[in-house]
Design a protein around this ligand. Structure first.
Ligand code: AMP
Length: 288
């Protein structure tokens, strides 16, 4: 049965009770306005864990001063219905005061991995993410925490944080859920006008073309990146933030495509910044 709380003490009590019953604890951190992408994370958690906690918190610390903190969609009743439908045990939806009763003087920051991609255009964003996710890990103390591949850099940064700081939990990454035309589901898609919504499929189109090139044997990252840039440039409503071909773990740009890499895009469609990525794995015979 679904329970909802805004209290850290209450979360600790409920999780302790689940532990006594011998249940594995799963955590799905979200900012709410839940959609089928979040549902896939919840389903993955439900499949692996006996007790599933979904946190819903629009974290002010990870928004820049010019970003959409104020207008970010908030839909508590719909979120609760989706969680109930997907068998969540506990929603933790704290207030800003519950999470940050005082100025937060302690910050968790992952170096290097946060410099490029979204880190370059959103200074301070990942510090906000890693700080709040650390707090959530300490509050819920899950065995497994679930994140979406849609936010590839976030997943890589959190994997690294967990390894570097010895958090006693496992990170599970869930594949990106898409609309029928390929657009990655995002709470921010509601900002798009009908015309922008049509244009937004350009991210998926560009990634698909680039991936096809790799599948046909192209190994030059510069050539693949050029295809991404050309495809985005051909869409009048799209304004490029970045298009990169990077290593899956280090997020460093690669020259030659080999092993596990990410094709990563951030594009503004009107005022809305969208991100998407494909994971591509190439296992060429050992080069002579
Ligand atoms: P958010 O509420 O946008 O902060 O996202 C919460 C979690 O859901 C993050 O781990 C995201 O990567 C994940 N997520 C968001 N959209 C999708 C999607 N379309 N497919 C899979 N996971 C997603």
């Amino acid at each position: 049965m679904l329970e909802v709380t805004s209290s850290i003490a209450e979360v600790r009590r409920k999780v302790a009770m689940a532990r006594i019953k011998g249940l594995t604890i799963g955590l799905v951190p979200t900012m709410g306005a839940l959609h089928q992408g979040h549902a896939a994370l919840i389903d993955a958690a439900r499949a692996r864990c006996g007790y599933v906690v979904v946190s819903i918190f629009v974290n002010p610390l990870q928004f820049g001063p010019q970003e959409d903190l104020k207008r970010y969609p908030r839909r508590p009743a719909e979120d609760e219905a989706l969680c109930r439908e997907h068998g969540v045990d506990l929603i933790f939806a704290p207030s800003d005061e519950e999470m940050y009763p005082d100025r937060q003087l302690t910050i968790v920051e992952v170096l290097e991995l946060t410099r490029g991609l979204c880190g370059a255009s959103r200074p301070g964003h990942f510090r906000g993410v890693t700080t709040v996710v650390s707090k959530l890990f300490n509050i819920v103390q899950p065995d497994v925490a679930f994140f979406g591949q849609k936010d590839a850099q976030q997943a890589a940064v959190i994997r690294r944080m967990v390894a570097d700081l010895n958090f006693p939990l496992e990170i599970a990454v869930v594949p990106t859920v898409r609309e029928a035309d390929g657009l990655a589901l995002s709470s921010r898609n509601v900002y798009l006008s009908p015309e922008e919504r049509k244009a937004a499929v350009v991210l998926y189109r560009a990634l698909t073309k680039a991936k096809e090139m790799v599948e046909k044997g192209e190994r030059s990252a510069a050539a693949v990146r050029r295809r991404l840039l050309e495809t985005i440039a051909a869409e009048p409503l799209a304004e490029l933030d970045y298009a990169e071909v990077v290593d899956y773990d280090t997020l460093e740009p690669v020259d030659f495509i080999d092993g596990k890499i990410l094709l990563a895009l951030a594009v503004k469609i009107g005022r809305t910044r969208l991100i998407d990525n494909f994971v591509v794995e190439v296992r060429d015979e050992l080069r002579k």
